[in-house]
Design a protein around this ligand. Sequence first.
Ligand code: NAP
Length: 497
Amino acid sequence: MTATISPDQERRLLDSVPTGLLIDGQWRPASDGGTLDVHDPSTGELLLTIASASADDGQAALGAAHAAQASWARSAPRERAEILRKAFELVTARTEDFALLMTLEMGKPLTDSRAEVAYGAEFLRWFSEQTNRVAGRYQTAPDGKSRLLVAKRPVGPSLLITPWNFPLAMGTRKIGPALAAGCTIVFKPAALTPLTSLLLAQTLIEAGVPDGVINVIPTRHAGAVTGPLIRDPRLRKLSFTGSTEVGRRLIADSAEQVLRVSMELGGNAPLIVFADADLDRAVDGAMLAKLRNGGEACTAANRILVESPVAEAFADRLTSRFREHTLGRGTLPDVKIGPLVDEETRTKVERLVEAAVDSGAKVRTGGRKVPGAGYFYEPTVLTDIPADAEILREEIFGPVAPIITFDTEDEAVELANATEYGLVAYAFTKDLNRGLRLVERLDAGMIGLNTGIVSNPAAPFGGVKQSGIGREGGLEGIEEYLETRYVGIADPFADGA
Ligand code: NAP
């Protein structure tokens, strides 16, 4: 669809979004009257003012989740499955609303937002299907003298904290498995993009999620509200997606209550192009891996490694593709890249590019912020980057592609693994054995082989090293919300029967 969205359409949608906190099935203002302003990153203008939870509201949300836990855990798996299925259908039916809301608060073009609605809704359907498949086992002990019963149980009340870059999918990727497993939820979305989460919460209630099972507390005071929850013995699980810096701190805080944690943290993905690759496919893959979501993705290709004989041809083709990418407000037809989410994010991108250029990098295209309203930054290709440049170590989180060259497979692997992160790595080659060697040698939780996208609700998403702990999606995702209970049973034949 390429029609322009009218200001009236935007206003009507914004006016339909709940602006309160959702606690125990009720929408309410913050206990201290606190509010949070949400802005449009393409203009800097105010979109909506919503309630900002206080520490007391956090306690009330956890109280409601704790009170609802026992009955939610006992509910029939099929009942939970059908609520999740209904939620999938409702979100899908409202694709245009969810997409527009995400574009307004986060900035990405509507085409990217629609793709996120499909991806995000799919977690609800996938986990609705998983709900009925949670199983245990019954076995005879090796010595034949007892029986072993192993059962799965929900972990219990779970705190879910999400980032701003995928306002719908980062929520459903946690909410889906938590609800499927029978856990109740306190959900704290990012302060920059809470509106999509509020609309999602309204949709979940409409789908039949009972009072207290999901509580949503956007806030301007993340640490002050969630800190006491993490130290509260009623909380049994913390699932966090965000930066490694904050994740590391939350792991330390979680030690006090020995809380179960799942951490989806930062990335510094290498994308490796060998001379034997299909170059068109590699350029397409790099476009996706770099520019999807405007480069504001943990899976974004942060370092593009190209084998010397094809480096110049690859850089030329990538540069001309980058030049075709139209920058603008995400609601406008044909816009391929929206603004960055805020001035802080843009300043970081600007600083990394300037430092690389000062130390000798060449700008093939872009390299500047766009003057005027909004936080726009030009799609940028850099080559001739010194090996020790900060841009190769830091998560860029913007539309900047640094290209570096290598001469051997060993050198490529060494460069790719030279990071404390290990979320995803991409490799392009037509040599099957080389591809399989790379799958074994690259230090990453996920590998994209001849593809620039790996995200799939049916696959386990997650990283190694400082990119995190645990997996979301796939068969593994629900396990993060389940405990294993073992029951030892005396030999039923012991009395001679
Ligand atoms: P962030 O600054 O770490 O924030 C993430 C969430 O944590 C937000 O809800 C934030 O609240 C909250 N938060 C911040 N400080 C906190 C504290 N002291 N206690 C409790 N919560 C706190 O990350 P971001 O800038 O939103 O997102 C970008 C990062 O997320 C990147 O590093 C990216 O790689 C990572 N990410 C990882 C994945 C993955 O699956 N591995 C997926 C997407 C993004 P406020 O909004 O109020 O600050």
